[in-house]
Design a protein around this ligand. Structure first.
Ligand code: HEC
Length: 116
């Protein structure tokens, strides 16, 4: 009896997992893109083509190769490290203004999903 309940729970979780993967991730892409726009990210980064800086898709692809992609991304958006532009000039990277952790997480999840 117990085993049956557990099996049911596991297959339920798997079904939920499949459903989730069809939806990709639990983020709101429209909201994420709106925040990226509001924060000015899209002035330098386009979603999928090179502008003044690499596309978010290209960035996400290389970040996803690293084990701690999310931490690296978050660090990048909050620390103002030096970055190099296409034309060779160096500048401190923009620091994200919002303090809304959920909104930031929604955006970083979205960015990383672009590189999957
Ligand atoms: C003034 C232009 C500018 C703005 C605004 C800007 N970036 Fe960047 N960003 C760059 C440049 C330049 C680089 C480094 C070189 C490249 O990617 O071409 C970079 C790099 C990055 C990286 C890669 C870090 C790595 O480890 O490779 C991420 C992620 C990133 N930006 C995200 C964002 C997000 C999200 C925003 C909005 C909060 C944003 N950027 C706003 C110019 C900008």
């Amino acid at each position: 009896m117990k085993a049956k309940v557990i099996t049911a729970m596991i297959s339920g979780a798997c079904a939920a997992g499949l459903f989730m993967s069809a939806e990709a991730f639990a983020f709101d892409a429209d909201e994420a893109q709106a925040l990226a726009k509001k924060e000015g990210c899209l002035k330098c980064h386009a979603v999928d083509k090179k502008k003044e800086a690499k596309s978010l898709t290209e960035i996400a692809k290389s970040l996803n190769k690293k084990p701690d992609a999310e931490t690296k991304l978050l660090h990048h958006l909050t620390s103002g490290e030096k970055v190099k532009f296409e034309d060779g000039k160096e500048e401190e990277h923009k620091i994200i203004k919002t303090k809304d952790k959920a909104a930031i997480k929604n955006m970083t999840d979205w960015i990383l999903s672009l590189g999957k």
